[in-house]
Design a protein around this ligand. Structure first.
Ligand code: ADP
Length: 426
């Protein structure tokens, strides 16, 4: 019943279209499909210019006329047309020249140019395409052909523009997603980091307390030992500053802000992360070693993002060793203690490298997939640490890779461009 109804409706529609066509009218939906556009017609013969202009206007296009090349360029610059119909032989600058100039003008370089010419041998056509034309119509022309070609090129151009806009929108969205995911992942690694910072905070706080107690004792002396108290106050101020710095670092890590690259020493960044993850390493019974390059390795990087990469890599190494059974020697001690080594070196004149090596389970069959977003082999993993590390490293103009160590375990390493200050030699 329903199918029969649809067939009936389709027949009605077809009848309607036929009736329109017979009445010499274009059906409404076909009208909507018709591509109208703003066309610049460039032609030096007034009669031809008028005829073409009238036919195009009748077909529903907005038409601008230019009787020579100079005026055509001026008119196109004043307002970009959607398409140009361009005669080749004209006094003054010819069609080829007009086309090549259009192709160098910002905002006009992607406007399709269709050449119109009575001289339509192959060389003419080739030259037309070489200077950036998209099509060629020989004179005398059939208007139907002109109309069909104009419509096709307008459609192509509109689709191209639409695609470019969609592409830009997608890129914007994906950048935003990456920033959000990076922030999410930062929050995840931040819990470990914050635990370490809280642990670290105990140190200056305890020192402040014992210094304050000592100051009380010095004050009770007769006469009060003011010189000692003064020294103690200095220590208290120093410890307080250290505590503030730690809190500031925690804030930076949790803050949702745009990355800002600054010149920093990779050795120092490595030491900071090793210090911060020290207590986590002790809890997991992992030795955390650093092997810094002998000289500072200056790079341009966002310090918070760099820390985020390092935290991800070190935590991954710890996870990999947590998963691997520990070999026990004949004396009952671990034959190959859990160990993570962070090591920096200058790769060459252009790049600095940082390697995080562990003695864990190794990469196994996963090596190809490690940097894919959401790839994880951990029951509670997010599978984002390495893909975010890769995105950050790439955004800094570097590269990242992972490999198995000959003696077992894995190394994840990245290289960043060395940053030279003005006047610094290579
Ligand atoms: P997650 O840690 O949440 O799983 P990652 O992107 O950091 O996400 O890591 C993806 C996967 O790569 C891990 O699940 C693990 O299988 C593997 N992997 C990463 N680092 C190491 C490593 N040092 N040793 C062995 N496998 C690793």
């Amino acid at each position: 019943m329903e199918a029969a109804g649809r067939r009936e409706q389709a027949r009605d529609e077809a009848r309607g279209e036929l009736a329109h066509a017979q009445a010499g009218r274009v059906p409404e939906h076909a009208q909507a499909e018709q591509v109208r556009g703003d066309i610049l017609v460039v032609e030096d013969t007034p009669a031809s210019l008028q005829l073409l202009s009238k036919l195009l206007t009748d077909a529903g296009y907005r038409v601008r006329e230019a009787p020579n090349g100079e005026l055509a360029l001026w008119s196109a610059q004043a307002q970009a047309p959607e398409l140009v119909l361009l005669d080749i032989r004209m006094p003054g600058i010819d069609g080829y020249e007009v086309c090549s100039r259009l192709k160098t003008m910002p905002g006009l370089d992607d406007v399709p140019v269709i050449f119109l010419s009575a001289h339509s041998d192959t060389d003419d056509k080739l030259r037309g395409f070489q200077v950036g034309g998209v099509d060629f119509i020989s004179k005398p022309f059939q208007f139907e052909e002109v109309n069909a070609r104009v419509m096709a090129h307008l459609k192509i151009r509109r689709l191209q523009r639409q695609l470019a806009a969609q592409n830009e929108q997608l890129q914007r969205e994906s950048r935003q997603r990456l920033a959000e995911i990076a922030h999410m992942n930062r929050n995840a690694s931040a819990s470990v980091y914050c635990a370490a910072l809280v642990h670290e905070l105990n140190q200056p706080l305890a020192a402040i307390m014992s210094n304050a107690e000592a100051a009380e004792l010095f004050m009770q002396m007769t006469p009060p030992a003011l010189a000692d108290v003064e020294e103690i106050l200095g220590d208290i101020k120093r410890d307080d500053r250290r505590a503030s710095e730690l809190i500031q670092r925690m804030r930076e890590l949790l803050r949702k802000s745009d990355p800002v690259a600054q010149r920093l020493d990779l050795n120092e960044a490595m030491d900071q992360v090793a210090a911060l993850l020290g207590s986590e390493a002790r809890t997991r019974r992992v030795q955390l070693r650093t092997e810094p390059a002998p000289a500072p390795l200056m790079v341009a990087a966002d310090p918070v993002q760099l820390q985020q990469i390092l935290i991800n890599l070190v935590l991954n190494g710890m996870d990999a060793m947590g998963a691997a059974p520990q070999a026990i020697g004949s004396d009952g001690a671990a034959a190959r203690p859990r160990q993570i080594t962070l090591c920096t070196r200058r790769r060459d004149d252009a790049m600095a490298e940082l390697r995080v090596s562990d003695r864990g389970c190794g990469l196994g069959a996963n090596q190809e997939r490690l940097f894919e977003s959401f790839f994880t082999t951990k029951p509670h993993g997010m599978g984002l640490g390495l893909s975010i590390a890769a995105a950050i490293v790439q955004a800094h103009g570097g590269r990242i890779w992972a490999e198995n160590n000959p003696g077992g375990g894995a190394t994840v390493a990245f290289a960043l461009p060395l940053h030279r200050s003005a006047g610094e030699a290579a």
